[in-house]
Design a protein around this ligand. Structure first.
Ligand code: NAD
Length: 343
């Protein structure tokens, strides 16, 4: 893979390759775009099978962050860092070296936690860089803000797709009762929605959801095909694929998981079945909205909630456009993001 060619394809501004032998760090940081402001995006640690695979991922993820931050109304571009390592082998030296690499970008990239990196790692990075956000002592856990954004997106989905002004009596199937999924269930239940839930392993969460929200519990392998108005995937990516699409029994998909649709062909197949999709990078922006708030001056929760609640309007706009034109929602959302980034 030719790095410069790949960067040019999706208009990346800068890529920093890091090989710090002393710290045992091999990492890549990609700054996709800074037109709106410094790029924000997490630092992911993953045992990539090749350097090409790591480069491909960091380029794709950083561009995705540009889109996510733009539609969230943030004064930030998109970036991402990947550390090529096995999660069992992570060390403090690695994170300190990663933070020093972040400094080399002079504030053009602001890092955060991501897959296989946690608050402890973030606190290690904080020793060496101030270009970091989403810290536990500042904006705190992003999940409740993500859940609120998903709830707003589901309300907008019900409005456009089901032509309903409230969620009273609307059936939502939630896949995954983790940090986001469980909070989402509470918000939906408070609005009168009927819940169907499925979760891997954690039986206690399922029992709690049945007790607290009257949720109907189904087996893990039945949740995607549960009969419902709206399916809310809050567990894994790529679950909308050629195997699952024929089995779906919902009118719309609107949930937290990143990259829910496997590929472009699956997006078209979903449309072909007449099922609407609330693009993940739009609906799950609540967490980054909250994390970014600590970068942009004094953390102000009221301003954060206003931005998170605006996810309702953005999803309503995208789904209405899709209803009018028949175009897949992901294409409309990407075009919208790029109109904000590039004018
Ligand atoms: P989490 O790890 O707390 O919860 C995920 C839950 O899904 C777990 O309870 C797990 O048991 C369950 N699960 C895994 N595989 C499953 C399967 N096959 N069927 C049913 N349940 C399954 O994660 P989270 O923080 O709640 O995030 C949920 C999703 O939203 C993830 O894809 C994450 O990347 C995405 N997301 C989260 C945030 C955030 O603020 N936490 C922000 C943006 C996107």
């Amino acid at each position: 893979m030719n790095a410069m060619e790949e960067m040019s394809k999706y208009r990346h501004e800068k890529v920093l390759f890091v090989n710090n032998e002393k710290a045992g760090l091999k990492a890549i940081i990609a700054v996709h775009n800074t037109n709106l402001g410094p790029a924000i995006g997490g630092c992911r640690l993953w045992p990539y099978e090749s350097y090409d695979a790591a480069l491909f991922d960091v380029l794709r993820l950083s561009r995705g962050m540009s889109h996510k931050n733009a539609v969230a109304g943030l004064a930030h571009g998109g970036g991402k860092g990947v550390i090529i390592a096995d999660p069992s082998q992570k060390t403090e030296a690695m994170f300190e070296a990663f933070a020093e690499a972040v400094n080399q970008l002079g504030g053009e990239y602001i890092t955060a936690e991501d897959v296989n990196t946690d608050c402890d790692d973030a606190l290690v990075m904080l020793r060496k860089t101030k270009h970091i956000c989403g810290l536990p002592q500042n904006s705190g856990d992003p999940s409740p803000y993500t859940a609120r954004g998903i709830w707003q997106g589901i309300r907008a989905t019900a409005k456009v797709v089901l032509e309903r002004d409230s969620l009273e009596g609307v059936t939502v199937a939630v896949q995954g009762l983790g940090k986001v999924g469980y909070d989402l269930c509470r918000l939906l239940h408070n609005d009168g929605a009927k819940l169907v839930v499925g979760n891997l392993r954690n039986k206690a969460a399922l029992e709690r959801a049945a007790d607290e929200f009257g949720a109907k519990v189904v087996a893990t392998n039945e949740i995607l095909s549960a009969e419902c108005d709206i399916l809310a995937p809050c567990a894994l990516g790529a679950i909308i694929n050629p195997t699952t699409i024929p089995t779906l029994r919902c009118k719309a998909v609107a949930g937290a998981a990143n990259n829910q649709i496997l590929d472009d062909a699956s997006a078209l197949a979903l449309k072909g079945r007449g099922i609407y999709y609330a693009p993940d990078f739009v609906i799950n922006g609540g967490g980054v909205i909250n994390a970014a708030a600590e970068v942009d001056g004094v953390y102000d929760e009221k301003a954060v909630l206003e931005k998170v609640d605006n996810i309702y309007n953005t999803i309503e706009h995208i789904l209405s456009e899709s209803k009018r034109t028949g175009e897949p929602e992901g294409i409309i959302a990407t075009r919208y993001a790029e109109s904000i980034i590039y004018g």
